[in-house]
Design a protein around this ligand. Structure first.
Ligand SMILES: Cc1cc2nc3c(=O)[nH]c(=O)nc-3n(C[C@H](O)[C@H](O)[C@H](O)COP(=O)(O)OP(=O)(O)OC[C@H]3O[C@@H](n4cnc5c(N)ncnc54)[C@H](O)[C@@H]3O)c2cc1C
Length: 387
């Protein structure tokens, strides 16, 4: 099938409920769609690529899985509750901590071997929350009960009468949507927001920096902390995949190496092989000895981090054009962090639902007869994992 609908769990379809098109299956779009579905609306998520997650991304390689985008969630978020374990399932998120004393870092990083007789266990410093078994697992878990159309880039969105009509790679999509959510980086959202002068102007004001990252596999253990950020120099951050919970902790070790914004800018035109060699040399300098890589892959993120400032009010965490029923969430509006974009998507869903109710476009759970409503909303709640 060309454009498979990625839905692996049963879904109660709210027939007759207002339909909302959500463009982008990153964390912001999926969080928005999930909150809409919980409220009884009928969201459909359109995703250009073949997988969910966007920059909350993970890559399977011959040496194991790498998180090649977001590494860790550091802010307070309800996202972990979305992905809480269900009976018989692995949790899709877990806390990640590391030993604090350098000597213990070495002991723990030795191929993940931990001496059972050790009684002087080191203090653990909390790094944050990570997806298990990969960062992308969180997106996959949120997406499960939703209607997500993968491999479906949206090129145009037009307002016709009271509906939105979308155009994909093979022409108009023969479905009407009452509302539209843009959950993609500003440069991708701009062509889709043409109908709204206000949103277009706001989107034009957002700028993104790009970023080089290196995925590095090493047969011999490298004795560096599991997670470290650097104030200066070409490398801004290193993260050990093999020390994250729910991953193989054995060799080959798998390191994520993130170049600084400045270095990435200076090497914008460089090819991936050159970048990989340069970042490897810098990683070796931190390791204090030569590192023989068994896997080396440099990846360039074109829209990595936005310059959106921290919003001063909850209502500033999304943009909403109430006349046209089109909104923007994600890091066009809030800083580029998983917890921030999650909140942005969830808050936009709440605002959008308010507008639909005001127009008497009730959700299925509101519009349905009393007895049916109870069944619908209860079933939906169970499927979506909310109490
Ligand atoms: C290298 C790197 C490291 C990071 N590290 C961290 C970290 O440690 N902690 C943290 O909190 N954050 C981190 N971030 C930031 C975080 O990953 C992002 O802010 C967040 O994932 C953005 O989510 P989003 O849903 O707003 O957008 P995205 O994740 O970009 O999702 C947008 C989705 O829309 C799709 N799309 C785009 N255009 C179209 C279209 N026309 N039609 C259909 N689909 C389309 C894209 O394919 C994508 O899947 C990092 C980012 C990068 C790049």
């Amino acid at each position: 099938m060309k454009n498979p609908t990625h839905r692996t769990e049963p879904l109660v379809v709210h027939r007759g409920a207002p339909r909302v098109a959500v463009i982008g299956a990153g964390i912001s779009g999926l969080s928005c769609a999930r909150e809409l579905a919980v409220r009884g609306y009928d969201p459909v998520v359109f995703e250009a690529s073949e997988r969910t997650g966007g920059r909350c991304s993970s890559l399977a390689t011959r040496v194991g899985c790498f998180d090649d985008g977001a590494q860790v969630i550091t802010g307070t978020t309800r996202l972990a509750a979305y992905t809480a374990p269900q009976p018989g399932r692995l949790a899709a998120s877990h806390v990640w901590s590391m030993p604090t004393a350098p000597v213990d870092v070495e002991r723990f990083s030795r191929a993940g071997v931990h001496d059972e007789d050790d009684t002087d266990d080191p203090a653990l410093a909390l790094i944050g929350t990570v997806g298990v078994p990969s960062m992308r697992a969180m997106a996959d878990t949120i997406a499960k009960p939703l209607q997500v159309r993968l491999n479906t880039p949206i090129h145009r969105a037009q307002r016709r009468h009271t509906n939105w009509v979308l155009t994909g790679a093979s022409g108009d999509i023969d479905e009407d949507f009452q509302a539209l959510v843009l959950a993609v980086p500003a440069p991708r959202a701009l062509p889709l927001a043409k109908a709204s002068p206000g949103l277009s102007q706001s989107l034009r004001g957002v700028h993104y920096g790009h970023r080089w990252v290196l995925l590095l596999g090493t047969e011999r253990p490298v004795h560096l902390p599991s997670y470290r950020t650097f104030e200066s120099g070409p490398i801004e951050r290193i993260a050990a995949m093999h020390s994250k919970p729910g991953r193989a902790s054995t060799v080959p070790q798998r390191w994520f190496v993130e170049a600084s914004e400045r270095w990435s800018m200076d090497h914008a035109a460089a090819d991936a092989e050159t970048v990989a060699d340069l970042l490897l040399a810098n990683f070796q300098a931190h390791a204090g000895r030569p590192v023989a890589p068994c896997f080396l892959l440099a990846h360039h993120w074109a829209h990595a981090f936005s310059d959106a400032p921290e919003p001063q009010a909850e209502t500033l965490r999304y943009w909403w054009d109430d006349a046209l029923l089109i909104g923007v969430c994600g890091d066009s509006v809030v800083p580029s962090r998983v917890d921030q974009v999650h909140r942005s998507g969830a808050l936009l869903a709440a605002r959008l639902a308010e507008s639909l109710v005001a127009r008497r476009w009730r959700s299925a759970s509101v519009a349905a007869p009393a007895a049916k409503t109870a069944t619908h909303s209860r079933t939906r709640s169970i499927l979506l994992g909310t109490a």
